[in-house]
Design a protein around this ligand. Structure first.
Ligand SMILES: Cc1ncc(C[n+]2csc(CCOP(=O)(O)OP(=O)(O)O)c2C)c(N)n1
Ligand code: SF4
Length: 316
């Protein structure tokens, strides 16, 4: 893969679609996801979205956490970093600052993103870092065999809560909006077409775009609502609200989050603020971004590498 120069792709408008198969690794590893897992739907939608938007693998960085969801970076051809549990966002933030020319996507599960990584989630939203964040929401810990997660509904029985969870589930959409995210959507693996369109919007959005992605886990969570048919609020006449209006979006999200555990799955774009400057924009406006950000400095200058090797030697 070649290096992506800084600021090369600030304007996406003149791109031609690329072959989505370019995002399939040359030697495709055997997927360890179970048959019927919703994670396959995320992979398909992400490849389709990147292809439709005209990206090539060397323009994209995918940072994942730990979990079944975290394996996404093994099956998607791009720059990739499989980080530690709950830490995809700080890694993604650092990478975006070092090389603003990369299209950065972070991904992980509900345990990864809303549990152990919950604090990073709130602060990345607050600071409006320019990236897409996909949370595979299967309402359990999948990789570690179905324990209760922050999105498991009240009463959900698992090995860690055998009598039923007494904890209220987190409200990821509302939390994201209150945190400060400038794009918030929910989609579902059972509808790859909607998922692909939502991901395209999220990737194009300049700021923190949070996509809560309902993914079924047929192995450990057969009760979840992720399997049931859903309603796309943008397509339905029953739901009218202005997704640019924070108050209306907030009320809508509240209803949607209540409805999920009552058996109605509502998906779509719930909030979009195209005017809020991203963290990267703010930094540029404050003159706070160096002329030659890290990625370019190291790429062009062997002396920088020598200096960093000397520094590492000095600390051995
Ligand atoms: C610091 C740390 N704590 C705990 C674990 C064990 N662990 C691995 S994956 C996981 C949860 C995965 O659940 P989720 O994030 O919802 O992803 P899924 O597997 O459902 O996609 C846990 C607790 C770990 N790897 N690292
Ligand atoms: S355990 Fe669940 S989430 Fe993990 S691969 Fe299997 S079906 Fe998917």
């Amino acid at each position: 893969m070649s290096f992506t120069p800084l600021h090369q792709h600030d304007d996406d408008s003149d791109r031609e679609p690329t072959d989505r198969e370019a995002f399939t690794p040359g030697i495709e590893p055997q997927a360890t996801w179970c048959p019927g897992c919703g994670d396959f739907g995320v992979l398909k939608a992400l490849k389709g979205a990147m292809g439709d938007l005209g990206y090539t693998p060397e323009e994209v960085l995918l940072v994942t956490g730990i979990g079944c969801s975290g394996k996404l970076s093994s099956y998607f051809e791009s720059y990739g970093f499989h980080s530690i549990h709950g830490r995809s966002l700080p890694v993604a933030r650092a990478a975006k600052l070092a090389n603003p020319g990369l299209e950065v996507v972070a991904a992980g599960g509900d345990g990864d993103g809303y549990g152990i990584g919950g604090n990073h989630f709130i602060h990345t939203a607050r600071e409006n870092h320019d990236m897409t964040y996909i949370v595979f929401n299967n309402e359990i810990f999948g990789l570690t065999k179905g324990q209760t997660s922050p999105t498991s509904p009240m009463g959900h029985k698992s090995k860690t809560q055998p009598h039923g969870s007494a904890k209220a589930p987190i409200r990821p959409l509302s939390l994201s909006l209150v945190g400060g995210a400038s794009y918030v959507a929910r989609t579902a693996a059972v509808n790859p077409n909607q998922a692909q369109e939502i991901l395209k919007e999220a990737i194009q959005h300049d700021g923190f775009a949070h996509v809560d992605f309902l993914t079924q886990c047929p192995t450990w969570n057969k009760d979840a609502k992720q399997y049931v048919p859903y309603v796309d609020v943008q397509q339905s006449d029953d739901y009218e609200f202005d997704h640019h209006d924070r108050r209306e979006a907030s009320e809508m999200m509240h209803d949607v989050e209540d409805a999920l555990h009552e058996g109605e799955v509502l998906t779509g774009r719930f909030y979009h603020d195209p005017d809020r400057p991203s963290y990267q924009q703010e930094k540029r406006e404050h003159g706070d971004v160096p002329e030659d950000p890290l990625a370019e400095r190291y790429h062009d200058d062997d002396a920088e590498w020598e200096r960093s090797y000397d520094l590492m030697d000095a600390h051995k």
